[in-house]
Design a binder for this molecule. Structure first.
Ligand SMILES: [Zn+2]
Length: 310
């Protein structure tokens, strides 16, 4: 949280924060979205500023690393995703439909969680499916299930000098990364010329964001540091040494839809509930996961970009 230091007149003053430049294009920002709702922070602690050049968003104030680490240690959990594992696998198959090169043998999934995409890739003949996952619980669970998962960041993994991959995937990772251009350059270094990159992130230009305003479920401040629009994301990917081949929009998953609906009626799902959901909550999520599947085809809450390494 923001710390205060005594000013010369004895009153507490706010310390200077880093200026909020756009994480996609480096442009200047102006505060636009008042105060998004978020599971990870009481309403009002963080806002989103919109880039005046590319239209992407930036969480302000930019949280300090220790502030973020506290959220990841106490509030942030993937547990709810276990309730919709069938939907996660289904979405992973769509990612592979869009991005897996014919005959691909080596696939790297950065932010692989429980390894759903890795298992689907292996089922398609990928012999070397590797995951990178920062969160130790899901990384251990995926390893215990027989998957090849490295616990750490993409930078840590690259230091192992693992060679190059046919496809590098990062789903809902880039918006969490303090330096997204550096992340994409690491991904570029793990691909040969002509290798494929697939990035999925929440879409800041989504129609539902305009309809539901601050209740839109993928603001997730402050753990989402960046809120990419297509223009900003595509420009950033090109800048990192790629040529954009495909840029699509799809609906968010059922957890996103439930979060948006609950927040729109002022019901903030608490992270405590997410860690130990009641039987009723679990049944609600499972039912929603089945019923809301077609939203994938009509919504535009997620950007999916497939690019080739130049
Ligand atoms: Zn920008």
């Amino acid at each position: 949280m923001t710390t205060t230091t005594p000013g010369g007149d004895g009153r507490a003053t706010q310390p200077e924060r880093a200026p909020a430049t756009c994480g996609a294009c480096g442009g200047g920002t102006r505060e636009d979205v008042a105060r998004p709702a978020s599971t990870y922070s009481p309403r009002g602690d963080y806002a989103v500023a919109t880039c005046e050049t590319c239209g992407s968003g930036r969480t302000v104030p930019v949280p300090e690393p220790e502030e973020l680490n506290a959220f990841y240690a106490t509030e942030y959990t993937y547990d709810a995703h276990l309730l919709i594992s069938a939907e996660k696998r289904w979405r992973a198959r769509h990612i592979l439909d869009a991005a897996l090169p014919p005959g691909a043998k080596r696939v790297l999934d950065v932010g692989c969680m429980y390894g759903y995409l890795l298992e689907e890739a292996k089922a398609r003949g990928v012999t070397d499916a590797v995951g990178v996952e920062l969160s130790s619980g899901p990384a251990k669970a995926a390893s215990a299930a027989g998957l090849d998962v490295f616990c750490g960041t993409i930078e840590d993994y690259a230091k192992k000098d693992p060679g190059v991959f046919d496809l590098v995937v990062a789903q809902h990772v880039l918006e969490h990364v303090p330096e997204p251009l550096a992340f994409l350059r690491e991904a570029r270094a793990l691909l040969p010329t002509g290798g494929t990159l697939c990035i999925a992130v929440p879409n800041y230009d989504a129609r539902a964001r305009r309809v539901f305003k601050e209740a839109w479920g993928w603001y997730q401040v402050p753990v989402h540091l960046h809120h990419f629009g297509a223009r900003g994301l595509e420009g950033l990917i090109e800048q990192a040494g790629f040529r954009v081949e495909r840029s699509e929009r799809r609906g968010g998953d059922s957890l996103f839809v439930l979060m948006t609906l609950l927040q729109s009626v002022g019901n903030m799902p608490s992270s405590a509930n997410a860690k130990a959901p009641s039987a009723v909550s679990r049944a609600l999520v499972r039912t929603a996961s089945a019923l809301l599947r077609p939203y994938y085809f009509v919504g535009d809450d997620e950007l999916l970009v497939v690019a080739s390494a130049r």
